[in-house]
Design a binder for this molecule. Sequence first.
Ligand code: FAD
Length: 393
Amino acid sequence: MKNLNVLISGASVAGPALAYWLHRHGFTPTIVERAPALRDGGYAVDFRGEAHLTVLRRMGILADLERARTGMGYMSYVNDKGRAVAKMPADLFAGDIEILRGDLSRILYDATRQHTEYIFGDSIGSLTEDAHGVHVTFERSAPRRFDLVIGADGLHSNTRRLTFGPEEQFVKHLGVYCAIFTTSNFLDLDHTGHAYRTGNRLVALYSARHNTEAKAAFYFGSPDLDLDRRDVARQQAVLTEQFTGNGWESDRLLREMQYAPDFYFDSVGQVHMDSWSRGRIALVGDAAYCPSSLSGMGSGLALVGAYVLAGELAAAHGDHRVAFARYEQEMREYAKGCQKMGDGVAKLMVPSSRALAAFLNRYYKVMPYLPGKNMASKIARKAAENITLRDYR
Ligand SMILES: Cc1cc2nc3c(=O)[nH]c(=O)nc-3n(C[C@H](O)[C@H](O)[C@H](O)COP(=O)(O)OP(=O)(O)OC[C@H]3O[C@@H](n4cnc5c(N)ncnc54)[C@H](O)[C@@H]3O)c2cc1C
């Protein structure tokens, strides 16, 4: 077997899942993660359909995920008085298994830490490839050599920037911004959530950790605002401008935001690239083909991508040229289908016009009584299942 030592950048979903499969196939994975420790908590992500569940089953972690699932029921759209005007079926938002992203990372970490070297609080500084490997410098650790380097470092991938160039070439803004933070479950929501939409703004609150806390989410339509991703004060000021006096619980949630232990803010984006590898360096998960945070597909796509990438490396006995090409062949159409979902959901969740928002609000009211009421869930499931998984074990 060639190319045994593999450096992975990113310890969220794609990174640890890839490490798991690489180890099973006889490779030696090392993960470098910028955060000082495993990032706990966060928003909910979901898995749906046979492809996702098959990979989880083959990894032997399906039961762990089931134990940690959020158990969310339906979501309600509410009016400004907080009265439910429409109910959305649970599987539309929560898929077959919904879990907090941090809990998922913890399960993947526990499944890999025995045989994976984790380097926290560091980041790749430079990558220099030669005929036999990649010379890697780090921001803190001493330089090292690896046979292959895989970027699993998300939408704003450092590995992609170092290898392919600035992200502006690859990240497509879908015209929506999103903020999420943890707050108290002050509406006493019981495994459910409320969403309130006005024009191109949507505010939601859903219970988490079995009702002991809640996640507040804000979405608003906007062209690219060119905000510094680290400037939390400016991001919170933008959110306050957008949602003050917006109705329902918007003002209260803006106040709660000041005390949030976590605050996530980003534009909703997708990654489109002609190729996911260059020489000995490849990308997996959001770094390569992010379908957007609104698609409900990102974690499953990252998981399947990691499974296929490691499997193809094993099938090619470590020959990266063959394996990276086969990985793209297997994954390209699948990723495209998941990205299409992301486009669609962004337009429906944050409509571009008030007329469309008003139409959707009326449509959702009658949706439970229509024959096509499960159409959206079915479309999402179809996209998630649209791959024939090879058995690489
Ligand atoms: C608000 C929100 C809601 C979402 N909701 C859903 C949902 O309902 N369903 C769903 O399936 N998906 C959802 N997603 C998407 C899902 O979280 C991602 O698609 C999935 O986590 C992709 O995994 P990843 O490992 O590729 O990337 P990420 O989860 O983004 O992880 C990247 C990792 O790389 C690390 N990193 C970044 N830079 C560096 C660096 N320089 N050096 C080392 N490490 C670095 C990060 O700290 C992180 O740990 C949502 C995402 C967001 C943001």
